[in-house]
Design a protein around this ligand. Structure first.
Ligand SMILES: Nc1nc2c(ncn2[C@@H]2O[C@H](COP(=O)(O)OP(=O)(O)OP(=O)(O)O)[C@@H](O)[C@H]2O)c(=O)[nH]1
Ligand SMILES: [Mg+2]
Length: 438
């Protein structure tokens, strides 16, 4: 085990096997059963099992224990009775609260953020994902290190003395910071490589899937692009980005990307260390917001996804909401797009919509040129979607209506270099173009 790993408490499968879940409802609200169900799924996704639950309604969190002292004592008694050593809270706790709860319960206390970080750590498969999650965990643990050494501080501290805990804390902090810098450098190098690859695809219309975890994004990528991305009925099955080309019926194509899913209160440290993984969403031309239509909480979860998109700077990108898993539930008359990645229902309509958006984003024009040789025709077909191509066989002149990927100036420059008699007129109304009116 390398040094840095001894800095933070490791959350292993074994420790999470049997868990006591504490659900606290704040502001006088009742405990929300679907939020509890989500916590249970989170525990399961970290290879654990909730064997006992305790809940409490409070107006506001208690500064000391988050729950009241009486409740903390009840939690301690229950966990001792049931021989449990791990307690999961449905909220985020301050380092001091974790400390005090661990002291009173003699158990490991894990808050929501630490649980999500643990799932990411369990699920990370690629070296990049492993580095990112380590960075996120260190970012989370650094301010908490002092709490971990708190008990040692008290043993050795006194006026004018430096306790053994304090010294160890300083050493650990320094080690953590060194490791953070080294991880950041490694990730910067990886991200720089990804940027180069990305720029090679410039001009390709990019469609990114975004959605709550487990909504079916990876299954949809597999369905659309015949990909073989791992999909599973657990939270955060995907932690990397996979991009595939989707050929459209009109001969054009787009790049579709699947990436990490979102969840309510996605930890900040994760958002920042997975920032470049999410670039694919931030830089997309179109977002497919994939939602699980069979989920009772689907509207709230879709709102969480929209809020997260705003947080990462992708809030203003054009998007289509796709209600997946329509095979599992009756769909009432709605204008929204219902699909099933499993059965393929609605997929043709989705592809049609993507194609429409893709066509709207092109720079449409009518090109006239007195002589069109094979090289020019090849260039135009490679760099645009050709709607019509009419050649006058007597004169050799052509008239083309096409949508260019990279703007009209590329074509103007090309024609200007090689031809003397040509024109490029922009066309603005796609409907009219398609009806042959403009
Ligand atoms: N019945 C049904 N199940 C589906 C459908 N699409 C996906 N699933 C199931 O839903 C679960 C999650 O699917 P994924 O594709 O892994 O979901 P995801 O959005 O990629 O999830 P994360 O990567 O964890 O964020 C899997 O068990 C899939 O088999 C669908 O259309 N119908
Ligand atoms: Mg996935």
């Amino acid at each position: 085990m390398s040094n840095h790993q001894t800095l933070f408490r490791s959350v292993t499968d074994e420790e999470l096997e049997q868990v006591l879940l504490v659900s606290v409802a704040l502001n006088g609200m009742d405990v929300d059963p679907s939020a509890v169900a989500e916590m249970i799924r989170l525990v399961e996704s970290a290879s654990g099992e909730v064997v006992h639950q305790i809940s409490q309604k409070r107006n506001r969190p208690d500064g000391g224990f988050f729950v009241g002292r009486g409740k903390a004592e009840e939690i301690a008694a229950e966990s001792a009775n049931l021989d449990l050593t791990t307690i999961v809270f449905n909220h985020n706790l301050s380092p001091g609260q974790v400390n005090r709860l661990e002291e009173i319960t003699k158990c490991k206390v894990i808050d929501r953020t630490e649980l999500i970080l643990a799932i990411f750590a369990v699920q990370a498969r690629t070296p990049q994902a492993k580095l990112r999650i380590e960075l996120a965990q260190l970012g989370y643990m650094l301010p908490r290190l002092s709490g971990m050494w708190h008990h040692l501080d008290r043993l050795g501290a006194g006026i004018g003395t430096r306790g053994p805990g304090e010294t160890q804390l300083e050493v650990d902090r320094r080690r953590a910071r060194t490791r953070i810098s080294s991880l950041e450098r490694k990730l910067e190098a990886i991200d720089a490589g990804a940027k180069v690859r990305h720029s090679r695809r410039e001009g390709m219309f990019s469609v990114a899937m975004a959605g709550y975890t487990n909504a079916g994004k990876s299954s949809l990528l597999n369905r659309l692009c015949d990909a073989d991305v791992h999909s599973a009925d657990r939270l955060f099955a995907t932690l990397d980005t996979t991009s595939r080309r989707l050929e459209l019926p009109d001969g054009g194509s787009v790049i579709v990307s699947d990436t990490v899913g979102f969840i309510e209160k996605l930890p900040k440290s994760l958002l920042s260390s997975f920032r470049s993984t999410l670039d694919v969403v931030r830089e997309a031309d179109l977002i497919l917001l994939v939602a699980d239509t069979a989920d009772v909480d689907k509207r709230a979860k879709a709102s969480t996804v929209i809020e997260t998109l705003e947080k990462i700077g992708a809030g203003s990108i054009d998007r289509i909401t796709v209600w997946n898993k329509c095979d599992l539930t009756e769909i009432s008359g709605t204008e929204e797009l219902a699909i099933s990645a499993l059965t393929g229902e609605g997929i043709d309509r989705l592809i049609e919509l993507v194609q429409k958006k893709r066509r709207q984003a092109l720079a449409w024009c009518r090109v006239k040129v007195n002589i069109c040789n094979g090289e020019l025709e090849y260039w135009i077909r490679k760099n645009s979607i050709v709607d019509s191509f009419v050649r006058d066989h007597n004169s050799g002149a052509v008239e083309i209506v096409c949508g260019l990927y990279l703007g009209l100036n590329h074509l103007r420059k090309k024609l200007g270099r090689q031809h003397s008699d040509w024109s490029v007129v922009p066309l603005f109304d796609l409907d009219k173009i398609q009806k042959g009116v403009q």
